[in-house]
Design a protein around this ligand. Structure first.
Ligand code: A3P
Length: 300
């Protein structure tokens, strides 16, 4: 099903979009992680949580060590679903009781965000990733969790080739990918104080610099003392894939949608696509990328 030019699988996600557009009221102090699936949402969630809560918990007692990252924030598209299944964790009215800054995440495209997110002073941290690695990561994840995606209508796992064709057409969850990314990118250029645009690869190659950008953006910059005491490197180490992947809480069990918690942690590398793409696929992807990103100033 296509809504506001983006694709939703025929399942609860679409219903939730409408509920969320209708009922969610953003506050000026809210921080919202936005992303296309499999671009580093889980990683950014832990980093942001650690930055915002560093005064509240010493790193050795951080909830990151005993809660799955997705339970540290509220994913906006799941709120209605949780309410509907009687999940006591949260409902829209409960969100008003949360202390500031409230942390949320969403995969919704910019166009479908509730008006209050666009018009209030809340801030959005958008993470994106090179499309080839995103594709590989999505294909692994969706193959693993295919039976959960269709709600009652369980989907069959995609073949790599079929998923590639759908991907190029944009017929993927929250797709098309490039439109999703470019919309947020353009908005971040217009309103840099409102939207921080991050790239997975930048976080990998220079985590210190980009974690500082996150802290500055949310208005809690690292002090020189914190830097010299190793707070920045401590957060980076705690949130590294090698660390979070091995935490008991992330190794076992399923989340409330039935997806295995460990499915969110695979390799966490840049360039894994080279193990999967044929030269022809690379050429087709690059051609599409040039078409879609040409003139935007955005490169991967
Ligand atoms: P791979 O499948 O390439 O390994 P999302 O969080 O948006 O669902 O994205 C999932 C991707 O981010 C997966 O990529 C996953 O392994 C990777 N990832 C999860 N936690 C990470 C972390 N702490 N550091 C780096 N990458 C991480």
């Amino acid at each position: 099903m296509k809504y506001q030019n983006f694709w939703y699988p025929r399942c609860r996600l679409f219903k939730n979009t409408l509920e969320y557009q209708r009922h969610f009221e953003a506050k000026d102090t809210d921080l919202i992680i936005a992303s296309h699936p499999k671009t580093g949402t889980t990683w950014l969630t832990t980093l942001l949580f650690a930055v915002v809560n560093r005064g509240k918990y010493p790193l050795s007692e951080s909830p990151i060590l005993y809660q799955h990252p997705h339970h540290l924030v509220h994913r906006l598209e799941d709120v209605h679903f949780r309410e509907a299944i009687g999940n006591q964790l949260i409902s829209f009215s409960d969100l008003n009781k949360l202390l500031p800054p409230r942390l949320f995440s969403t995969h919704f495209p910019y166009v479908s965000l509730p008006e209050s997110i666009k018009t209030s002073n809340c801030r959005i941290l958008y993470i994106c990733r090179n499309p080839l690695d995103t594709f590989v990561s999505q294909w692994h994840f969706y193959s693993k969790i295919a039976k959960h995606l269709g709600g009652d209508q369980h989907l069959k796992p995609y073949s790599f080739e079929d998923y590639f064709e759908d991907w190029l057409e944009g017929r993927i969850m929250f797709g098309p990918f490039f439109e999703h990314v470019v919309d947020y990118w353009m908005k971040s250029l217009e309103r840099p104080e409102k939207i921080l645009f991050l790239k997975y690869e930048d976080l990998k190659y220079d985590p210190i610099q980009h974690l500082k950008r996150v802290a500055d953006f949310v208005g809690i910059p690292f002090s020189p003392e914190e830097e010299s005491e190793g707070v920045i490197t401590g957060i980076i180490e705690m949130c590294s894939i090698n660390n979070v992947k091995e935490l008991e809480v992330n190794k076992n069990g399923v989340n409330f949608t039935g997806v295995e918690k460990r499915a969110y942690f695979r390799k966490g590398e840049v360039g894994d696509w080279t193990n999967y793409f044929t030269p022809n696929m690379v050429e087709r992807m690059n051609k599409l990328m040039q078409q879609k990103l040409g003139g935007t100033g955005l490169t991967f």
